[in-house]
Write a protein that binds this ligand. Structure first.
Ligand code: SAM
Length: 227
């Protein structure tokens, strides 16, 4: 029986990489990376020199078999993604399920993820929340937004910078005007920014900018919440 380690990596700040994560990556036989080049920088920085192979959303189904073959040959594998926690809007779930079904041990080395970092930074209630990840781009998007508008827990949405204004406009349409929200941008990085306000205040703020860059999480308060 072998072990599949799911190892969290920083979401921007290399100092958030835990000593235990480094230790585990140094101990395994193989490291499965979402992008071997991106992870190469991290591995080099921490002096980790292990065979790597690509494991991303486009080859995930095929590579699960490869990963299982390695585990079946009594070798340990660690899975890392480009940033944060594997499995959270990143490949991971299929590997965990396959390893468990194959009788192997799965061990998660916890660390940063953008969702809970943004949630806590938002100043909105953290006691009950839902993680939506990326909304569907086209089919089902409006229906999903309608469903989310009824949600009473705090909602966490991942969005790309070039679609932020579109999302804020849609939230304005589907949710009440004065619904409180926060936009967390570039978390843990040099230009980290957390903006808080009603959805329309946030849209107005970002509309006035020449460009919107960086990685973004939108946190929206649940229906009925007021301060
Ligand atoms: N596995 C990652 C995690 O644990 O959060 C998420 C990977 S997902 C492909 C990438 C998205 O996560 C980005 O589009 C953004 O919404 C969010 N994200 C990742 N890093 C971030 C950061 N430093 N600041 C804000 N959002 C971030």
């Amino acid at each position: 029986m072998s072990t599949l380690f799911i190892v969290a990596t920083p979401i921007g700040n290399l100092q958030d990489f835990s000593p235990r994560a480094a230790e585990v990556l140094k101990s395994v036989d193989y490291i499965a990376c979402e992008d071997t080049r991106t992870s190469g920088h991290l591995l080099q920085h921490f002096g980790i020199d292990k065979p790597t192979f690509a494991f991303h959303q486009h080859n995930e189904h095929r590579k699960v078999a490869h990963l299982l073959n390695i585990l079946d040959a009594n070798q340990d594998v660690a899975l890392i993604s480009d940033a944060g926690m594997p499995g959270i809007s990143d490949p991971g779930f299929l590997a965990v399920r396959a390893a468990q079904n194959g009788g192997h041990t799965v061990s998660v080395i916890p660390g940063p993820d953008a969702a809970t970092t943004a949630l806590v930074a938002s100043g909105l209630p953290c006691d009950r929340y839902v993680f939506e990840g990326f909304l569907p781009h086209k089919k089902g998007r409006q229906k999903r937004l309608g469903e989310l508008s009824e949600e009473e827990r705090t909602i966490i949405i991942y969005e790309s910078p070039n679609r932020l204004l579109k999302l804020l406009g849609e939230l304005e349409e589907h949710f009440e005007e004065n619904r409180l929200a926060a936009v967390a941008r570039e978390l843990t990085k040099k230009f980290e920014e957390i903006l808080r306000g009603t959805i329309s205040e946030l849209r107005t703020e970002f509309e006035q900018r020449d460009s919107i860059k960086g990685e973004i999480v939108v946190v929206v308060s649940g229906k009925g919440y007021s301060e």
